[in-house]
Design a protein around this ligand. Structure first.
Ligand code: ADP
Ligand code: ZN
Length: 311
């Protein structure tokens, strides 16, 4: 059974805002790794491509997965597939991320967001292991969501942007929020920069009992309830610097979710919520492991449908 999914040698690239991690691996095992700073698209992608060429000769990987910061165009068959959209990161708007990396490996390639990659990894090996329907939420510099539905990552027009859901506010709260598009959307209320703007100092410097956390927890609970009702999630996995760095927020979110649901969803109650809303488990490896899972999906898809790249 040399072609079993767990036997495949694959390449994964996590393209992050500050650093890019490329790995070659088999299943969860990472055989080699390269880390390059994310500077200009040219310099970063050239450095990664050089390593990928080397790995192609040494390991003969079967596919490539890229888990990228966003927003990124995901519709296969369109001219901008795999290109960055209008990102604020200087020099990256419009950059082709998929093309230059896919060109150096003969196998099929796939791209999705870094959050979706992390979601897939948590679903295979981490906090949502074995589940088919769940949401991974990173609460950090932004609020990002990866949604897995029926075992597949959700994307359509682009990728889910549920961090920009408009949430109800706690009565009397008039903080304007920091989202440049919406002000007080979820990201505008609960991201690290939002907390810093509200509290006047960095989120990591706030005491666990600072009054600001109640607003953060409330906004997140509102957003999570919308997601639970919409995608019928079996679990909500919370990661990111704020999400993991402030365990009291998770403890505040859980009863608030139960209260907001009002007993409407069977099986979601005070006794079960700790198993439904859970912290991420894979840490920094979720990104590269997720990229490997995107590579696995590319290989599986191309074994049924001839990849356009191979003609
Ligand atoms: P990114 O979202 O950029 O990938 P992180 O998930 O680490 O990276 O999020 C960075 C944000 O999280 C910053 O706004 C930072 O202030 C905040 N942050 C990091 N660590 C903590 C912590 N322990 N407690 C609260 N906020 C934190
Ligand atoms: Zn917004």
């Amino acid at each position: 059974m040399t072609n079993d999914a767990t036997d495949r040698l694959l390449v994964g690239v996590e393209l992050g805002g500050t650093k890019t991690i490329a790995v070659v691996g088999r299943g969860r095992e990472i055989l080699d790794r390269a880390v390059v700073p994310t500077t200009t698209p040219r310099a970063t992608l050239d450095a990664v491509a050089t390593r990928l060429k080397l790995w192609d000769e040494t390991f003969r990987p079967q596919g490539l997965g890229i888990a990228s910061f966003g927003p990124v165009a995901l519709r296969a068959g369109t001219p901008d597939h795999g290109h960055m959209l209008d990102t604020p990161k200087p020099g990256w708007a419009g950059a082709d991320v998929l093309g230059p990396l896919a060109a150096v490996l003969p196998g099929p390639a796939a791209i999705h967001t870094d959050v979706t990659g992390a979601a897939l990894a948590e679903g295979r090996w981490g906090a949502a292991a074995g589940l088919s329907d769940f949401v991974y939420i990173t609460v950090g510099t932004g609020v990002g969501m990866g949604i897995v539905s029926g075992g597949r990552p959700v994307s359509g027009r682009m990728h889910p942007e549920a961090g920009h859901l408009r949430v109800r506010r706690l009565p009397g709260d008039d903080f304007a929020g920091v989202c440049p598009f919406h002000g007080d959307c979820l990201e505008g209320l609960a991201s690290g920069p939002a907390i810093a703007a509200r509290a006047g100092k960095g989120a990591e410097h706030l005491a666990p009992d600072d009054p600001a956390w109640a607003f953060v927890a409330d906004a997140l609970a509102e957003g999570i309830v919308m997601l639970m009702l919409t995608v019928s999630a079996q679990a909500i996995v919370i990661g990111g610097g704020v999400g993991l760095g402030q365990p009291q927020v998770l403890a505040m979110i859980r009863p608030r979710i139960v209260a907001l649901l009002g007993g409407y969803l069977p099986g979601v109650d005070a006794g079960s919520i700790d198993r439904i809303v859970v912290p991420a488990a894979l840490g920094g490896d979720a990104g590269p492991l997720g990229a490997l899972l995107l590579a696995e999906m590319a290989v599986e898809q191309s074994s049924g449908v001839a990849s356009s790249k191979r003609q």
